[in-house]
Write a protein that binds this ligand. Structure first.
Ligand code: 4AD
Ligand code: MG
Length: 445
C-alpha cells in the first residue's frame, strides 16, 4: 500500500503513488471510464478509473461503489488544472481500491431536498460539500477569535453554565431544577467576567449560550456560541477600537485560509476584503433617522409596516436588514436608549435616557453580530437599576461587591459565532453554521 495522505496535502505528492482513506461522494460513469469523487474530511478529489489501466477486479470494485461507501483508494497524483475538488487542480489516476463498506440507500441524494428533510438528517447532512465548507469556516472563525484575544492580553476564563440569575432579560431564560432550587442556563458569561477582570485585567469567556427565543427567525438559535471579552480601564471608545481590530482579524483570516471553501459557497469576497479598520460609526439617533428615511422612500406597504419605529425601540431584524444594506463595511451603532437595553449599562454623560452601548452590525443586510457596552461602575446606580428592572438583589450581591472594592470603568462585548459565520459565508439563515442547531421547534438529532 502506498503512503496514506490527506487530500488537503495532495499538491505535495504530484507524480507519486498515494492512498486516500475516505468515502465516495459522487460518481459519473462513462463506460470504460469512471470518475469517482472521493472525500476524506480534509478535501474532495476526483479519482479516475480507466478500464484499460487497472486490473478487472479493481474496475468491478469501482462499479460497486455507491454514494457514501467507505474505501481506501490508491493511485498516482496527477496535476490537472481543470480537475474539480477542494483543493482543485489534482486528480488521482486509480490503481487500487479496497472497499470497506458498500452503503445502501443513502437518503441524501445529489439533488435539491427540503430544509426540514435535511435538518432531520443533520447527522448525515454535515457530509455534504456546502455544509463541510461552512463548518470549516466556523472552525477558522473560532481559532481566529482565540488567536487574536490570546495575542492581545486577554486571558480565557470559563464562566458557569448553571447560573442563579438572568443577565440578558428574564424572558428568554431556560429554567432547570438545581437540587430543589431554580437555576438557569447561562445567557451570557459577562457578569462573571466582570469579576474576573479585577483579577486579570482583560479576560474572555467562550462557550455555549442559551436563550429560550420564542421567535423563529433566520438569526436566532436557542443554543449558540458567544465569545465575550471584558476589559478593565476601558471606555466605550477604546472598546470600539478593540472590536474593529478583532472583527477585521477574523474576516481576514478566513479570506487567507478558507478561500476554496468561500469559493465553493459562491461567496462574493469583494465585500469581505473591505473589512479593515476603521468601521463607520453612527449614533442610535442617526440610525433611527436613516431608517425613517428608508421607510418614507419605500412604496412597499409591507416593508413600511415592518420598519415602523419609535425612538426608544430596539431595532428588530427588518430595521437592521434595511439599514445595513446601505453599508459596505460593518457599522457601529452607539448610544442606544436605556429602556431598550440591559440593566448593567453605563449611562451617557448628561443624557441618562441613553446608554454607553454599541452594537456592531454586519453589512449587506446581515445585522447585529456584536452587542457590548461600558458597564455601570457606581454601586448606588447599580442598586437603583436592579430595582427599576425588578431584579432580585440577593442574586446580585456578589455583582454589587465588584463596585465596592476597587471599582473601575470597564467595558466588554459579546460576538455571536453563528451570526458571524452566516455573514462571512454569505448564507441566508444561521442554522447551517453550527453542527447541530437548536431552534424553537428542533432538538433532534
Ligand atoms: O447582544 P447580546 O444579547 O449581548 C450580551 O449577551 C452581552 N452580555 C454581551 C457582552 O457584552 N458581554 O448578545 C451578543 C451577541 C449578539 O450580537 C449576537 O451575535 C449573538 O450574541 N446572539 C445570538 N446568536 C444566535 N442566536 C441568538 N438567539 C442570539 N442572541 C444573541
Ligand atoms: Mg444585542
Amino acid at each position: 500500500m502506498p503512503k496514506t495522505i490527506r487530500i488537503q496535502e495532495i499538491a505535495q505528492y504530484e507524480g507519486q503513488k498515494v492512498s486516500i482513506q475516505g468515502w465516495l461522494h459522487n460518481r459519473t460513469d462513462k463506460g470504460k471510464l469512471q470518475f469517482l469523487q472521493v472525500r476524506d474530511g480534509s478535501g474532495f478529489v476526483q479519482c479516475v478509473v480507466l478500464q484499460q489501466e487497472v486490473e478487472p477486479e479493481v474496475f468491478e470494485a469501482a462499479r460497486e461503489l455507491t454514494q457514501e461507501s467507505s474505501l481506501v483508494i490508491s493511485g498516482l497524483v496527477r496535476r490537472d488544472r481543470r480537475a474539480p475538488g477542494v483543493p482543485g487542480g489534482y486528480e488521482l489516476g486509480v490503481t487500487g481500491i479496497q472497499v470497506i463498506q458498500v452503503a445502501h440507500g443513502y437518503p441524501i441524494q445529489p439533488k435539491e431536498h427540503g430544509v426540514d428533510f435535511l435538518l432531520d438528517r443533520r447527522h448525515l447532512w454535515v457530509r455534504s460539500q456546502r455544509q463541510w465548507a461552512v463548518l470549516r469556516v466556523r472552525a477558522t472563525v473560532i481559532r481566529a477569535i482565540r488567536d487574536w484575544l490570546d495575542g492581545h492580553g486577554f486571558i480565557n476564563m470559563d464562566t458557569p453554565i448553571l447560573t442563579p440569575a438572568a443577565c440578558e432579560g428574564t424572558s428568554t431564560l431556560f429554567e432547570t431544577d438545581y437540587f430543589g432550587v431554580p437555576a438557569y442556563l447561562a445567557q451570557s458569561g459577562q457578569l462573571y467576567n466582570e469579576a474576573d477582570i479585577y483579577a486579570f485585567g482583560r479576560v474572555y469567556c467562550f462557550g455555549p449560550t442559551f436563550r429560550a427565543e420564542k421567535s423563529k427567525t433566520r438569526r436566532h438559535l436557542t443554543e449558540f456560541w458567544m465569545v465575550e471579552p471584558e476589559a478593565a480601564f476601558c471606555d466605550l471608545e477604546q472598546l470600539i477600537e478593540i472590536e474593529e481590530q478583532f472583527v477585521s482579524h477574523i474576516v481576514q483570516t478566513c479570506l487567507r485560509e478558507r478561500g476554496p471553501e468561500l469559493a465553493l459557497l459562491g461567496r462574493d469576497t469583494a465585500f469581505l476584503e473591505k473589512v479593515v479598520p476603521p468601521f463607520p460609526r453612527i449614533s442610535y439617533d442617526e440610525a433611527v433617522e436613516i431608517i425613517a428615511d428608508i421607510r418614507a422612500q419605500s412604496d412597499d406597504p409591507a416593508l413600511r409596516a415592518l420598519l415602523d419605529l419609535e425612538w426608544g425601540d430596539d431595532f428588530g431584524s427588518p430595521h437592521e436588514t434595511e439599514l445595513t444594506k446601505r453599508f459596505e463595511k460593518p457599522v457601529f451603532v452607539y448610544g442606544y436608549p436605556t429602556v431598550a437595553k440591559a440593566f448593567y449599562m453605563e449611562p451617557w454623560p448628561n443624557r441618562p435616557e441613553v446608554t454607553k452601548s454599541v452594537d456592531l452590525l454586519a453589512p449587506e443586510g446581515y445585522g447585529e453580530i456584536i452587542g457590548g457596552s461600558e458597564r455601570i461602575s457606581d454601586p448606588d446606580l447599580l442598586l437603583q437599576r436592579l430595582e427599576e428592572w425588578n431584579l432580585p438583589r440577593e442574586s446580585f450581591e456578589w455583582y454589587i461587591d465588584l463596585r465596592r472594592y476597587g471599582s473601575v470603568p470597564h467595558s466588554g462585548f459579546g460576538l455571536g459565532v453563528e451570526r458571524t459565520v452566516t455573514w462571512i459565508c454569505g448564507l441566508d439563515h444561521l442554522r447551517e453554521t453550527i453542527p447541530f442547531p437548536r431552534m424553537l421547534k428542533r432538538v433532534y438529532p
